[in-house]
Design a protein around this ligand. Structure first.
Ligand code: ADP
Ligand code: GLC
Length: 484
């Protein structure tokens, strides 16, 4: 079976969030199951720089705006997965991120940048492919950035290949003015409710949901939630129409990358049965961040985008009380300026107690995950969430809101779940600062007063199989269903 996995980011080549983690690890797991898989990604500078054995594959023509581009192929050295790259210097070789410039402003030509990514996925899978010796059976799209691919496949390229779209976050839809239809050579007749029109705009995500042969999302709970007005961001109607075909598959984690037994970012590695190393990682983290070195002070960790979705504004009003009761906080993240500033201010007034690092830092994210005692993730919605899974793997019990993938992966500690050894974290009763505070207090109660119970909760998470093994099989089953 041949699969083209089209994505706008993939770890370790380029990453802004969980989509990159999934795009790095799911194809690897599928390849291990015998799937002949190639990732398709734009040729950002960091992609061109890191791929090994990068070579010319074909010339692409008839593309919107730029007409021509080069298709190249290289390999991710860590995972040995092949990556097809669209080399188009004018579109992708810029300073800044994959979606925004150095000042955080969205690139104005994103419709072209990701329209072309979608178009190339469709071309490669169609009868006019410039690589006739490798035709995918399945084109697996991810989020709005590749949402136009199923539309191009059905309406323009007339491909045999089937398409799947995975929804990682309904909050981002790629909606643009209708003028882009002509630029992107999309048929105007399909600019309709039964098509890619959404409130008078061209919606990349809606195109994907409407035209894909199968739809998946990244947790079973989120699959249900997005069929409601609260979580569907306006597309709940279409999603519930296709509800029977909408499958929720919980993300796994890359256990080579996120594993406290082998993690090169830690001064000392550790495991469920040898937890002593975690204490050394904690004191090293406290030292690195200028926190008071104190083994008994409960150290709370946050690694996150600082946006409304992640709910960390709920931590702001309760943080002082937590610090006054002896807690410390290590926060790494970036996002909304007001939230960044609120945390900065709290750090300024609580030196040695609160550490706030604004920015993106992969090694520090591993150290926080390992060195903290508990991980705070009060998301208002969370399609899957990977950080709570990393927290489980690192013996850092997650404290989460009951939504999406958080609800599907974190089991609240109570008498029953503690007894049957499924308790692996703490779950809020609702998304509010009061509920977050009371949930953290429950965790502190165990942490401060019952070391062996805390160990048990840590171990319950650490001994879970969080790898991609099971979920990759579910994706494979979806592909096979489509090919029948
Ligand atoms: P989302 O993709 O919605 O941001 P996930 O929990 O699925 O949330 O994935 C977030 C990923 O991005 C994780 O791998 C996390 O460690 C990483 N991450 C988020 N913010 C930062 C940061 N400031 N520095 C380093 N890694 C970060
Ligand atoms: C999105 C979601 C996150 C999910 C990730 C990978 O970024 O916000 O919950 O884990 O995609 O699927």
């Amino acid at each position: 079976m041949r699969v083209l996995f089209a994505t706008s980011e993939v770890f370790p080549l380029i990453k802004t969030g969980g989509l990159a983690d999934v795009s790095g690890s799911l194809p690897t797991a599928l390849q291990n199951l015998g799937v002949d898989i190639r990732i398709l990604v734009p040729g950002y500078p960091s992609v061109l720089k890191q791929l090994v054995n990068l070579r010319h594959v074909a010339s692409l023509s008839n593309l919107p705006v730029i007409e021509h581009a080069e298709l190249m192929m290289g390999m991710i050295s860590e995972t040995k997965v092949n990556v097809l790259v669209i080399k188009a210097a004018g579109l992708y070789e810029r300073d800044g991120g994959p979606y925004v410039d150095v000042n955080g402003q969205e690139w104005l030509d994103n419709p072209v940048r990701f329209g072309i990514l979608s178009k190339v996925a469709a071309i490669i899978s169609g009868p006019n492919s410039p690589i006739p010796n490798w035709q995918p059976d399945i084109v697996h799209c991810n989020d709005w950035q590749t949402g136009l691919a199923p539309a191009y496949m059905k309406l323009v390229e007339h491909t045999q290949a089937k398409s799947v779209i995975s929804l990682h976050n309904m909050a981002f839809q790629g909606c643009y003015a209708p003028g882009w239809l002509s630029t992107l050579a999309l048929p105007h007749t399909n600019f309709a409710v039964e098509g890619f029109e959404y409130h008078g705009q061209l919606s990349f995500l809606k195109a994907g949901i409407f035209y894909a042969d199968a739809i998946t999302t990244v947790s079973p709970s989120y699959a249900k939630e997005i069929q409601t007005a609260e979580f569907g961001f306006g597309l709940e109607g279409l999603l519930s129409k296709r509800g029977n075909e909408l499958k929720g598959i919980l993300n796994g984690i890359e256990t080579d990358e996120w594993n406290p037994e082998f993690d090169p970012h830690l001064i000392k590695t550790y495991s469920a049965n040898k937890l002593a190393g975690k204490k050394l990682v904690k004191s090293a983290l406290q030292e690195r961040l200028g926190l008071q070195i104190d083994a008994s002070a409960p150290l709370l960790g946050v690694v996150s985008r600082l946006t409304h979705q992640k709910g960390l504004d709920m931590l702001v009003p309760i943080l002082q009380e937590l610090v006054d009761s002896g807690c410390q906080l290590a926060l790494l993240g970036s996002g909304e300026t007001t939230l960044e500033n609120a945390f900065r201010q709290l750090a300024n007034s609580n030196p040695n107690k609160i550490s706030v690092t604004i920015g993106y830092n992969e090694p520090l994210s591993h150290q926080i995950m390992a060195g903290c005692d508990m991980f705070i993730m009060p998301s208002r919605f969370e399609p899957c969430g990977l950080n709570q899974l990393y927290g489980l793997a690192y013996g850092t019990p997650p404290i989460v809101n009951a939504t999406g993938g958080l609800a599907d992966s974190v089991v609240d500690t109570n008498i029953v779940t503690f007894k049957n050894k499924t308790a692996n974290g703490f779950v809020m009763s609702e998304a509010s600062p009061a509920s977050l505070l009371s949930c953290i207090k429950q965790a502190l109660n165990v942490f401060n007063n019952d070391e062996s119970a805390w160990r048990q909760i840590q171990k319950n998470g650490m001994l879970q199989n969080l790898s991609w093994d099971k979920s990759a099989l579910e994706y494979l089953a979806e592909y096979k269903k489509l090919m029948q």
